[in-house]
Write a protein that binds this ligand. Structure first.
Ligand code: PDD
Length: 275
């Protein structure tokens, strides 16, 4: 695989980052994951806008222009002959002697790599458990501090399930690496409103727009695990899973334990518009 690191396209074995990099020492870094379908970058404007916002919230600027960054994405797709999969991008504050205070002068580290994988196959749905949301309070910033969601994912796997829905003050915030939704018995799509409690998903924005355009009712508000267990359907969205049905929550089957029609329809619509 050819990866991009600080201006160079190199074989992955040759790519290096300093041991003093603040991404490594402090998780002082933000990232994006963008889908690739038929060799095309999906929803790039949304991802780059969120990148710029995440960087700004951490008092960093863009390492280079949005257009130049898009060109790096495209070049990596070309060099790796990737048809379908994801592109991971990380920008760190750079390398500096270890100090909690931000360094005055540091050159940002920029790394991108591809992960070829099928994204469009039929989905059988995932089983989730609920867990307390242990993450920090600025989940709207896409930082690389991912240990809490990583541990939640492992706790789900230890129970033979696929993922966890995180709960704070009695309400679902989101999944470990996706936004969470239910479809009420009246057919209304419910997902948590945007705030610093959740990541502002790019797929979320696209899917809610598609739903509204097709006359589906959408309500942005918090919901509980109990409400979700009573719902007609549940699903999650993310750049690399698109719309993925949730078929079980804490041992309770949802939509008869198989993917629901709203989730399947939204997934098809999203893939159609992404292609
Ligand atoms: N995760 N919420 C969290 C906590 C996430 O980590 C993600 C994405 C999302 C969905 O956002 P989007 O639709 O923009 O992908 C929601 C990526 C895919 C990851 O960490 O791999």
């Amino acid at each position: 695989r050819i990866v991009y690191v600080n201006g160079a396209y190199v074989p992955e074995e040759e790519a290096t980052v300093s041991v003093f990099d603040r991404g490594f020492l402090f998780a002082d870094a933000v990232y994006e994951v963008t889908a690739v379908l038929d060799g095309k970058i999906v929803d790039y404007p949304g991802h780059v806008a969120r990148l710029e916002r995440s960087l700004g919230e951490l008092q960093m600027g863009m390492p280079f222009s949005s257009d130049d960054l898009l060109e790096v994405h495209r070049e990596l797709v070309r060099r790796n002959s990737m048809d379908e999969g994801a592109i991971y991008l990380q920008v760190t504050r750079g390398a500096a002697d270890r100090d909690f205070a931000f360094p005055k002068h540091a050159e940002q580290t920029v790394v991108l790599f591809t992960q070829a994988k099928p994204l469009t196959g039929a989905k059988k749905g995932i089983r989730v458990i609920s867990l307390p949301d242990m993450r920090w309070g600025r989940r709207d910033i896409k930082t690389v501090q991912l240990l809490a969601p990583s541990m939640a994912k492992m706790a789900a796997k230890a129970e033979g399930k696929d993922d966890a829905w995180l709960v704070q003050n009695g309400f679902v915030t989101e999944g470990t690496s996706n936004n969470a939704y239910i479809v009420t018995r009246e057919g209304k799509i419910v997902t948590r409103n945007l705030s610093s409690s959740i990541l502002h998903g790019i797929t979320r924005a696209a899917v809610l727009k598609l739903a509204a355009e097709r006359g589906m009712e959408v309500e942005e508000r918090p919901f509980t695990i109990e409400e979700a267990q009573q719902a007609a359907e549940a699903f999650v969205t993310a750049a690399t899973t698109f719309v993925c049905p949730v078929i079980e929550i804490d041992g309770v089957a949802i939509s008869g334990g198989k993917p629901g029609p709203v989730a399947e329809r939204l997934n098809e619509l999203y893939i159609e518009t992404g292609r």
